[in-house]
Write a protein that binds this ligand. Structure first.
Ligand SMILES: Cc1ncc(COP(=O)(O)O)c(C=O)c1O
Length: 391
């Protein structure tokens, strides 16, 4: 992957440069111009005064227990590859899901194993998915000359159209990619319907369900497709420590599947080499921390309430969200890119337009004070957007 491609991967294409600027990231170009490397005050997080609501992180993490574990792991294990801790977390995950260690692969964030799955699938055929989903990893092989994703339109309500996806499975399809709850819509599929789809579709091809936001749903386990792996269906499920656990910067994610599927996908990766001691320590300390998860869920609920109220007060609508972000409809003349720029001028970072969905704007929940900045900035940012559209 080139330097530019990897930046695109993390920051989102053309939005990367402006988002990086507002977040206070020093660009290689500015370093070259200055002739010296200046350590930014915000090397490890957003610049003070910036409301970072563009990447669905949980800024309330790492939990207190995770912070202690990170310090301990870094001092006693930082010099060593993380073999034992990686095995230990693998066993914890296997045990919780009533699977074995051979059913689990851990990587530096779920993006990595999701990308490996995409490379594995496209070595055999095409990936089939909805028009609107978190396609970053399924797009990775496309950028290196692999087949385009076969996309099926979302319904009028922006739901994933499972029936149409099922109908579209043919011999060329090597993997179906479903994200539930979906990003960027925040919508959750009805679990019985998704289960039926997964059972049926997995008889024809491999089905990937990305459950990155599952723990944000209060009854997450009843929405998970992990039990289908136990029942022997051809299904893989991705999970991450980046969302509810508040460990996006610590980079730990995992995939569950049959030993055969896990082994096949891991061939495209590096096995345990990608994970680090501090991230693993944080994940191990957080995995069963129900107190921290409840605390985080409460903060997300409070933030979503604030966003929903602001949306209504400004005459807009938003989709119901089962995640830590909301998909706001800026109206028929709305323009998510112009709105994003107007928000950035108010020190609030949000996402711009997705594909052809011009009026749809995604905002993450974050620290309550950051969400308050978004709420406060909304009337002015909308006004700026309307003026720009009329100009
Ligand atoms: C649906 C979904 N899956 C996976 C990821 C990647 O998460 P990570 O690589 O941090 O585990 C994201 C990130 O936003 C996401 O939205």
């Amino acid at each position: 992957m080139t330097h530019n491609a990897s930046r695109r991967f993390f920051l989102g294409g053309s939005l990367a440069a402006t988002a990086a600027g507002a977040a206070g990231i020093i660009s290689p170009a500015s370093l070259a111009a200055s002739g010296q490397v200046v350590k930014p005050a915000n090397l490890y997080g957003p610049k003070p005064g910036i409301a970072k609501l563009n990447a669905n992180e949980n800024p309330y993490g790492p939990s207190p227990e995770a912070l202690k574990a990170i310090a301990q792991a870094a001092s006693s294990g930082g010099a060593y590859y993380a073999y034992t801790a990686s095995q230990y977390l693998t066993d914890m995950i296997a045990e919780k899901n009533q699977l074995s260690a051979a059913n689990v692969a851990i990587t530096a964030g779920s993006s990595l194993i999701l990308a490996f799955a995409a490379y594995a699938a496209t070595s055999k055929g095409v990936i089939l998915g909805p028009d609107l989903f978190w396609d970053t990893t399924s797009m990775a092989p496309v950028r290196t000359g692999g087949p385009q994703i076969k996309r099926i339109p979302n319904t009028a309500n922006l739901d994933i159209d499972l029936d149409a996806i099922y109908q579209a499975i043919d011999d060329d399809v090597a993997m179906v990619h479903i994200c539930n709850p979906n990003n960027p819509t925040g919508k959750l599929l009805e679990p019985t319907k998704l289960r039926e789809f997964c059972v049926k579709a997995s008889k024809k091809t491999l089905v990937l369900v990305d459950e990155a936001y599952n723990e944000l749903i209060s009854d997450g386990p009843s929405h998970s497709m992990i039990p289908l792996i136990n029942e022997g269906h051809n299904i893989i499920v991705a999970r991450t420590f980046s969302k509810i656990y508040g460990l996006a910067g610590m980079r730990v994610g995992y995939m569950l599947g049959s030993p055969e599927n896990i082994e096949w996908i891991e061939q495209f990766g590096l096995g345990g080499y990608s994970v680090n001691q501090a991230g693993l320590a944080a994940a191990i300390a957080s995995y069963h921390d129900e107190g921290f998860k409840t605390f985080s869920r409460d903060k997300v609920a409070q933030a979503k309430e604030m966003i929903a109220t602001a949306v209504k007060e400004n005459g807009l609508t938003a989709l119901p969200s089962s995640t830590n972000f909301m998909f706001v409809n800026l109206g028929k003349d709305g323009d998510a890119n112009t709105f994003r720029q107007a928000m950035e001028a108010e020190q609030v970072l949000i996402r711009g337009q997705y594909r052809s969905y011009t009026p749809w704007s995604r905002v993450s929940t974050g620290r309550i004070e950051d969400v308050q900045m978004y709420v406060n900035a909304m009337p002015k940012a909308l006004d700026t957007m309307y003026k720009a559209i009329r100009a």
